[in-house]
Design a binder for this molecule. Structure first.
Ligand code: DCP
Ligand code: MG
Ligand code: MG
Length: 356
């Protein structure tokens, strides 16, 4: 059995703005584009939500509903920075962290629970740390699956903690509205309501055939979710620190031609991987191993982040040439790039049109 936490910041962008500017605290705040350029609301503080303001609503409508709301332009760099801080705290609690977006992540704590720590205690520690270290609140759901943990974190927002004990999944879901389930959007929900299905319990009572007829291929999966069954694992997204490639030579050599050609090939391989991962780095590293197994590295910092094979190869060759001496035999060459400008595990937040 797994034990999973889902953590999500409360009114993320708006709370960061309120934290950073004391003037905004306790007041209705909307973060998003200008009402004059058809901007939309990205995040609304809970004070603004009382007036019916919601994410993705046109800013003009939001300000009609709540004219005293303060509008703030989004500062994406700031939000990514706070996001990285949250992910770092999560990683200290478990190595199995799966960020879903800037403001939320799954955490698999099965290991810690096996060694005697109740999952609720880990959740409590997480909430305390986030509040103390980041000055922000999160809501946390604790359950035996990702799907139930995510629904649980949302049910008592803001600043909530909802624990669904093992075996109680179905009872927990039963009274909830069908939209809470992954895969049931507003249109599907409206159609189901016309058939008299409004709660997850009513949905879960449908026979297997009904699911297949109604939802086709995704039917069986959705049915499991409605029954509180979900065994999808938390997939770790480790921050990639470097991309590298190395080769041990079939025979030790000191031949500059052979070694430079190898450095070129390795550079090309690294460049291909960087391109695929959409990464560029400032540091190019060369690793060398001599015939007596002495291993050392040389590195150079580039004026700009690089991902092109010729830039990497040029840097690698230059470092290599300095190490060539008559009689010096090499058995391994490696090339790597690090110092990335964007951590690979930063999930991209969908950016809505209309922000300036
Ligand atoms: N976001 C956005 N556009 C949307 C929804 C969200 O730009 N349509 C951004 C702004 C949010 C952030 O993503 O602050 C996180 O999204 P959430 O859905 O978690 O919403 P909030 O954190 O703002 O509020 P909640 O307390 O409901 O989680
Ligand atoms: Mg949130
Ligand atoms: Mg979220």
């Amino acid at each position: 059995m797994r034990h999973i936490l889902h953590a999500d910041f409360d009114a993320f962008y708006a709370s960061v703005e309120q934290r950073d500017d004391p003037e905004l605290r306790g007041k209705p705040v909307v973060v998003g584009g200008s009402p004059d350029s058809r901007g939309v609301v990205a995040s609304a503080s809970y004070e603004a939500r009382r007036f019916g303001v919601r994410s993705a609503m046109p800013m003009r409508t939001a300000l009609q509903r709540c004219p005293q709301a303060k509008r703030v332009r989004p500062r994406f760099d700031r939000y990514s920075q706070v996001s990285r801080q949250l992910m770092a705290i999560l990683r200290e609690l478990s190595d199995l962290v799966e960020p879903l977006s800037l403001d939320e992540a799954y955490l698999d704590v099965t290991g810690a629970v096996a060694s005697g720590r109740p999952p609720g205690e880990i959740a409590a520690e997480l909430r305390t740390r986030v509040r103390a270290e980041l000055g922000l609140t999160i809501s946390v759901g604790v359950a035996t699956s990702k799907s139930v943990a995510k629904i649980a974190s949302d049910i008592d927002k803001p600043n909530g903690l909802t624990i669904v004990p093992p075996g109680a999944e179905r009872a927990f879901l039963a009274p909830l509205a069908i939209e809470k389930l992954w895969g049931i959007g507003p249109k599907t929900a409206a159609r189901l309501r016309r058939e008299g299905i409004g709660t997850i319990a009513e949905l879960a009572a449908r026979p297997r055939e009904w699911w297949a007829a109604r939802f086709g291929k995704t039917g069986p999966h959705l049915r499991h979710l409605a029954l509180g069954e979900d065994d999808s694992p938390v997939v770790e997204h480790r921050e990639r620190k470097s991309v590298s490639a190395e080769t041990t030579l079939a025979e030790d050599t000191g031949d500059p031609g052979v070694l430079e050609e190898l450095a070129d090939r390795l550079s090309q391989s690294v460049a291909r991987h960087l391109e695929r991962a959409e990464l560029r780095g400032r540091t190019v590293k060369l690793k060398l191993r001599l015939s007596d197994f002495t291993t050392f590295t040389r590195q150079v910092t580039m004026p700009r982040p690089v991902d092109a094979p010729e830039d990497i190869a040029h840097a690698a060759r230059t470092m290599l040439r300095r190490e060539l001496q008559p009689g010096r035999q090499f058995r391994l060459v490696g090339v790597g790039v690090s110092g990335f400008e964007r951590p690979e595990d930063q999930p991209m937040q969908p950016r809505l049109a209309g922000f300036e």
